[in-house]
Design a protein around this ligand. Structure first.
Ligand code: SAH
Length: 213
């Protein structure tokens, strides 16, 4: 299957029906071909609104969840964004269309290597991907205007809160793994953090340390 006019129309229709209204987010979702991030058995299902398996036992998120999380971040073109949980690289590619610079980190070196190859093939030059335990954030580039975590934590990780700029926004799924989690938006004000609960979601867990491959 290819991301032709018909596939795009259906893909965008599904996003709109799930509440994705932001024009710039819809444009990014139209521009980036999700098929480029899915290899093998499931490649022909790339344009369905479903999470799908990728390497290292991980998943590429459902497109409507990618779009709604991106929308919740309220990115502006000057923003420096940190993503924790590169996975396939699809979410980072969407962010790259809206932000000045995207840093994305995964604990699996293999996923980072494969995502980098796709970024290069698509000419997405404003993404830096690296292997690390992202729950510590990335002090070299902190603070960030926006932070997105695409794995579920029991609480928003303290180091990530600390690396958020004043006025910055973080979106993070919170809750026990394997149950329904809540997507939380954290806004950092001068006086402290404001928490909004956005919607139920289901993500793989945020794990400590590096993966074996
Ligand atoms: N955003 C991805 C989907 C992420 S799946 C996409 O668009 O395809 C969640 C990812 O989080 C997995 O790849 C997993 O390896 C990663 N992960 C889990 N715990 C992590 C941690 N502590 N640091 C960095 N990455 C982590």
């Amino acid at each position: 299957m290819s991301f032709d006019a018909t596939a795009k129309m259906q893909f965008l229709f599904a996003l709109r029906s799930k509440g994705v209204t932001d024009k710039s987010v819809l444009n990014a979702m139209e521009k980036i071909d999700r098929g480029a991030f899915i290899q093998g058995l499931f490649a022909d299902r790339a344009y369905e609104d479903m999470p799908l398996p990728i390497a290292c036992g991980q998943t590429i998120s459902q497109p409507s969840v990618v779009a709604l999380m991106t929308q919740a971040l309220r990115i502006s073109p000057r923003d420096k964004v940190l993503e924790v949980g590169t996975g396939s690289g699809y979410q980072a590619a969407i962010l790259s269309q809206l932000a000045r610079r995207v840093y994305t980190v995964d604990r699996h070196a293999r996923l980072v290597r494969e995502a980098k190859a796709v970024f290069e093939a698509l000419g997405l030059v404003n993404i830096t991907a690296f292997t690390a335990d992202g729950s510590h954030g990335w002090t070299e580039q902190a603070p960030f205007d926006r932070i997105i975590v695409t794995a579920a934590a029991e609480d928003p990780p303290g180091p990530l809160l600390a690396q958020l700029k004043i006025g910055g926004i973080m979106v993070v799924p919170v809750g026990q793994s394997d149950t329904v989690q809540s997507l939380i938006r954290v806004t950092r004000h001068e006086t402290g953090f404001e928490y909004d609960e956005l919607r139920p979601v289901r993500f793989v867990p945020l794990l400590e340390g590096l993966g074996r491959d």
